[in-house]
Write a protein that binds this ligand. Structure first.
Ligand code: HEM
Length: 125
């Protein structure tokens, strides 16, 4: 058995400047205000997703903020998706039986950059 995959997590925040007055959650944010958006929180919005804290690969497709939206939608999303698909395919081809290590928990923390810092796995050599 082998161990020790690590990965580079995406950022959890982005900043914007409001172009017009906007009311959110009953609060007025005047035009010209610098704001920080917490992407990780948006993707767990309980008013938008059922069971937002459940990792469910089979949930029905719906809009999410993983690659942003509108004018600033990620220009690299096609590349990122291709790299992810090819990487995962290669990983599972080269490491047969790849699975989470049943004896060690992943370590997930961070606010600005929130992700699994370590993801212990095992596979069959
Ligand atoms: C899994 C990988 C990636 C994720 C999760 C991701 C996510 C995002 C998100 C959420 C935004 C919107 C930020 C905002 O509204 O402020 C964004 C914008 C952007 N992304 Fe990505 N991205 C990824 C990969 C890439 C790659 C591979 C490239 C370049 C080849 C790239 C280039 C950009 C650029 C240039 C913008 C700014 C677009 C703009 O402001 O008009 N991204 N990305």
């Amino acid at each position: 058995m082998h161990e020790g995959l690590r990965w580079i997590p995406p950022f959890n925040m982005t900043e914007k400047l409001t172009a017009a007055d906007v009311v959110m959650g009953g609060k007025l944010i005047p035009a010209g205000t610098e704001i920080a958006l917490v992407i990780g929180s948006a993707n767990r919005d309980e008013t938008h997703f059922d069971g937002p804290d459940t990792f469910d690969l089979r949930r029905p497709r719906t809009n999410n903020f993983a690659f942003g939206f509108g004018a600033h939608f990620c220009v690299g999303h096609y590349v990122a998706r291709q790299v992810a698909q090819i990487s995962v395919e290669e990983l599972f081809t080269r490491l047969p039986g790849l699975r989470l290590d049943p004896d060690r928990e992943p370590v997930v923390h961070g606010w600005m950059v929130r992700a699994a810092k370590t993801l212990p796995v095992v596979w069959d050599a």
